[in-house]
Design a protein around this ligand. Structure first.
Ligand SMILES: NC(=O)c1ccc[n+]([C@@H]2O[C@H](COP(=O)([O-])OP(=O)(O)OC[C@H]3O[C@@H](n4cnc5c(N)ncnc54)[C@H](O)[C@@H]3O)[C@@H](O)[C@H]2O)c1
Length: 223
């Protein structure tokens, strides 16, 4: 049996409350649906209202419980308000999955010498500052509850950097920052029963941005 089927069959998140940022689409949406199938009540934070509401409807039509909170995860006020709303609605917070993110190519991310300041600021805000904010406000709720679990979404590029096949250096730096932040959180908050882990996916099937170049880059990384 695959891991996701075990998680669902054993209802490992029964009665837990989970936040999923980026839950309107892609990896975040799949995570929100899986968490709900595993028994969690899910709060989806995303900018995409249509996708977010659709994800909530899908969870509810399968007997689960979920809310959508329109949130810009790069803004402290938005994240603080959304976390409080989720904790108030469901009475607790156990899991924080920080999955919202983007590629900065559109704003000029690229090799360091060519990367625009706008791309750097935007990518670092949406990919890295968002994870800091998501963890910051979730940890405050988890400390009240006596513990919790954080899962942050990085990338293989956060481990190996962006070579000539995938030279988006702001993106790679943001994903490397997520790894380091998660390590710090795990080390510091372990005595307070808060676990923190990071996932570094390669190419994910079903994601909107798939190119042969990226696939080739992932193969090169494995050498
Ligand atoms: N798809 C891949 O192959 C792959 C590989 C490695 C890492 N990742 C990482 O996984 C994460 C999700 O990727 P995906 O492919 O599922 O992308 P996706 O575009 O399908 O999902 C990203 C979600 O984040 C949301 N989002 C973006 N900016 C936001 C903001 N400011 N506030 C709130 N929500 C915001 C989007 O609306 C979207 O719903 C990203 O961080 C990406 O870097 C993806």
């Amino acid at each position: 049996m695959t891991v996701d089927r075990v998680i669902v069959a054993e209802r490992v998140l029964d009665r837990k409350v989970a936040i999923v940022t980026g839950g309107a689409s892609g990896i975040g949406r799949a995570t929100a649906l899986l968490f709900a199938q595993a028994g969690a009540r899910v709060a989806i934070f995303d900018l995409d209202e249509t996708g977010g509401e659709q994800a909530v409807e899908e969870i509810q039509s399968n007997g689960g419980s979920a809310i959508f909170v329109r949130t810009d995860v790069s803004l402290a006020h938005d994240v603080e308000t959304a976390v409080k709303r989720a904790a108030e609605k469901f009475g607790q917070l156990d899991v924080s999955f920080n999955g919202a993110g983007l590629s900065g190519r559109k704003w000029g991310d690229g090799p360091t010498a060519d990367c625009t300041e706008e791309a750097w600021d935007r990518v670092l805000a949406i990919n890295l500052k968002s994870v800091f904010l998501g963890c910051k406000y979730a940890i405050r709720e988890m400390l009240k509850a006596g513990g919790g679990a954080i899962v942050n979404l990085s990338s293989v590029l956060g481990l190996v950097g962006g070579d000539e096949d995938f030279a988006t250096h702001a993106y790679a730096a943001s994903k490397g920052g997520i790894i380091s932040l998660t390590r710090s959180i795990a080390a510091y908050y372990a005595p307070q029963q808060i676990r923190a882990n990071v996932i570094c996916p390669g190419l994910i099937a079903g994601a909107p941005r798939r190119t042969r170049r990226f696939a080739r880059a992932c193969v090169n990384f494995n050498r």
